[in-house]
Structures are given as C-alpha cells and as structure tokens.
Design a binder for this molecule. Sequence first.
Ligand SMILES: Nc1nc2c(ncn2[C@@H]2O[C@H](COP(=O)(O)OP(=O)(O)OP(=O)(O)O)[C@@H](O)[C@H]2O)c(=O)[nH]1
Ligand SMILES: [Zn+2]
Length: 363
Amino acid sequence: MSLAPDITECLARARTDLRLGVPVVLAAHGGGALVLAAETLTPARLAEVQGLPGTADLALTARRAETLKARPYDGDLARLPLPKGAETSWVRALADPADDLRHPMKGPLMARRDGEAALHRIALKLAKTARLLPAALLLPLDAPEAFARNWNLTLLAADDAALHLDRFSPMRPVVSARLPIEVSEAGRLHIFRPEDGGEEHYAVEIGRPARDTPVLARLHSACFTGDVLGSLKCDCGPQLHAALAQMGQEGAGVLLYLNQEGRGIGLANKMRAYSLQDQGFDTVEANHRLGFEDDERDFRLGAELLDRLGFSSVRLLTNNPRKIAMMEKNGIDVVDRVALKVGENAHNRGYLATKASKSGHLL
Ligand SMILES: Nc1nc2c(ncn2[C@@H]2O[C@H](COP(=O)(O)OP(=O)(O)OP(=O)(O)O)[C@@H](O)[C@H]2O)c(=O)[nH]1
Ligand SMILES: [Zn+2]
C-alpha cells in the first residue's frame, strides 16, 4: 500500500487540472505529450507552449472535424497543427461552434496524416469526462517525466490512462435515509459515490419493493432545466413526476436519479447545444456540431445501482430502447417496458419527434 495516488486518482486530478486550465502530461513509450484543454486555454499558457520546441496539434473529435470540413484521418478524431503565431481565438473558434454560422470560413484546415493519435484520443476522453468541450491542444515531449516534475504537473502513464478511462468505475453506497415525499410517505433516498471521483448518483426507493419480483423502475438522467425549472424544451420534468406518481400509486418502485446531465455532456455543454438549437439545429445535430455523439451516457451505471440495491429484474418506465438493451446486457432482466408518454407541448414537439426519428425512441 502506497500513499501515492493510483491511476484512477491521477485521472481525477487531471480532470480537475484541465477544468482549471492547468496542463497535464501524458507519458508513453519513447515520448509523451503536454495536454491543455481548449476551453480553458489562456493566452499566457498558449504563449508558453509556443515558446517550447515542437509543433502543437489541436485534437478534435471526428464529429467536430466533419462540421469544420477537416478530414478525420485518425477515424474518430482529427489533429490540426497549430499555425505559427495562432492566438487563443483560433483554438476557441475551432473548439466551440458558437460562432460557426457568423464566421463560417475557418479553413481550409489540413489535418495531420502522419504520426500517432493515441495520446490525442486520451486527451479528448479526459476533456469529455471533465465535461469540457471535446478539444485539446497537445505538444509532443521527449522527456515527459522530467517535464512534469519540472513544472509540477500531473503525470499520467498513457497505457494505464487509456485502460482506466474505458473502465466502468465501481459505485459505493454512502448513506441512505428515510425521506417521506408527496407520492409516498414511505420514501428512502440512497446516495452512491463512484470510486473515480465522478458525480454522485441517487436512488429513490418508494415503499418496500420486494427483491424477488420485478420492480417498477425508472432510470432518470438529470435535467436541471426540466426537473427543477420546468423547462418546456424537453419532457424530463413531467416524466420524473409521472414515474414517481405511478410508483406511489402502486406502493412500490425505485427511481434512479443519474447525474448524467445533458445525456452525459454536462449542463454547460447542454446550454451550448440549446444555443445551437436556437440557430436551427436539432438536438442530435447540435451535439454533433459540439463534437459529441448523440448520447454520451453510460447506462452500465443504472444496472450497477440496481444490482447494488438487490434488484435483478425490472418493469422499466422508458421510451428509450437503448436503456432496455443496456440493462439486459448488464445482467438486469427487463420483463416489461412501461411507456412514459407525458409532457408534450408546442416547444418540445420537434425535440420529441427527433428523438423518435433519429434516436429510436418508441412512440
Ligand atoms: N445534449 C442534450 N441533452 C438534452 C437535451 N434535452 C434534454 N437533454 C438531456 O437528456 C436527458 C434525458 O434523459 P431521460 O429522461 O433519461 O430520457 P431518454 O433517454 O429520452 O429516455 P426515456 O425518458 O426513458 O424515454 C437528460 O440528461 C437531459 O438533460 C438536448 O437538447 N441536448
Ligand atoms: Zn430535460
């Protein structure tokens, strides 16, 4: 047992560093890279990078690259060499689609074909899991360990980082307590905390659901705008309340409140997507223009929490077939799908139609 942080803990530190604008260092066999998140890049740090030997690359996801008409030669990402004397505004304009329509001509952008993209891939995953824009600046380093030590930067072994970024973090129960709520006086709230320092997630148990029969269950992804503010742009608020009400009526159920805001891109990025939707893009196109996939959520989480609570089979309240498939794949038997069609209005009609036509939601 060592007092030093392990790779999971170093990854958590790295995410915090990137959110602050502090660079991190990736070490690979025979070299490495300095990584800075595009969203938090400052002119001072960019100038430091430009004063170092070598040329930095801006790594963008293939989704963002396609919008910018840059070739994603690496398949899932593109590497764009930082032009000499480029300012943070160049990086920002490529990373953030806010001004795409006002200033469409950003290119021609010549993506790199030579060299390796493994470190760039790790950097983009780090930026995504830090809930930042998925774009990062990488400068090759000959001696990453010495560089990190010299500048007091978080150092990550690239192989370990790649492995752990794809791994699902175990969830630990923290506490549970009685919580009488409107739909049922017999409510109980459980708090779970992931070992990787990520967001906590919650489970609301209604009544005393038996563990040996299928439980009425809802996997609800956090939506601050819908759940709390009553936003009319989506159906989340009405779905949350209808699910709880049905559990109250039946006297038993479990609602998982998963902190995967904005289908896993975070609230700031969701608001960026809303801003793009005001420019005429639908919910899926907006995610793509930002550089994200349609849905960045990991539903292994829901299965893990149900398992932790002792449930192995559910009647799932959802219109999303992916949720059903992920439950089945991860050992939870979905004996029934219970449709949850509530809250359609003039503002969210297009959004619901897009979810049905592009994301396969059941009507
Ligand atoms: N990125 C993005 N996320 C959105 C948008 N509108 C709503 N969301 C998020 O979408 C998620 C909706 O989650 P769920 O309620 O689980 O909905 P679902 O996947 O459609 O599945 P069911 O409701 O079970 O049918 C929440 O995390 C919302 O914050 C949007 O336009 N863009
Ligand atoms: Zn919502």
